[in-house]
Design a protein around this ligand. Structure first.
Ligand code: FES
Ligand code: FES
Length: 163
């Protein structure tokens, strides 16, 4: 039997009818057309499907859609502040050459945002730990770590300027 759920995605409310076994990843990609959210392994091992749910990084392939009832979901489509401007994390991924095939990028950026929200000045070790659930087969990780470190610095500089 289908369940009707309401969830907020990237600031907008949606009501969708879902099967009890349907994952959040399926709803985001197939019902809401948010295909920036990737589906890799489908078993919680690669992190490509990472989104934030009430501020916590979760694997959308392992999260049932019904668990998202009433929750705030942030996907990579909601990361940039506007259509014209990318998020600092996205800018740094581009500037530092941290994107090759791009399949891991959305999940990496959402994990990075989760980390920087909790820990605005992470060490390299802390960044690597935060990315331990996100696999990249292309970049060797060094440029991704560098991009997140630079994004952290820029975000801190901006918040200091705003004080
Ligand atoms: S697709 Fe969800 S962890 Fe790999
Ligand atoms: S850039 Fe290809 S998997 Fe990370």
């Amino acid at each position: 039997m289908k369940h009707v759920i309401t969830l907020n995605v990237n600031g907008d409310p949606y009501t969708v009818s879902v099967d009890p076994s349907q994952t959040l990843n399926e709803v985001l990609r197939e019902e809401l057309n948010l295909t920036g959210v990737k589906l890799g392994c489908g078993s919680g091992d690669c992190g490509a499907c990472t989104v934030l749910m009430d501020g916590r990084a979760v694997s959308s392939c392992l999260t049932l859609a019904v668990e998202a009832e009433g929750k705030d979901i942030l996907t990579v489509e909601g990361l940039a502040p506007s259509g014209e401007k990318l998020h600092v994390i996205q800018e740094e991924f581009i500037d530092k050459g941290a994107i090759q095939c791009g399949f891991c990028t959305a999940g990496m950026e959402m994990s990075a945002l989760h980390l920087l929200n909790k820990n605005p000045s992470p060490t390299e070790t802390e960044i690597r730990e935060a990315l331990s659930g996100n696999l990249c087969r292309c970049t060797g990780y060094a440029k991704i770590v560098e991009a997140i470190s630079s994004a952290a610095q820029r975000m801190n500089d901006a918040s200091e300027r705003n004080q």
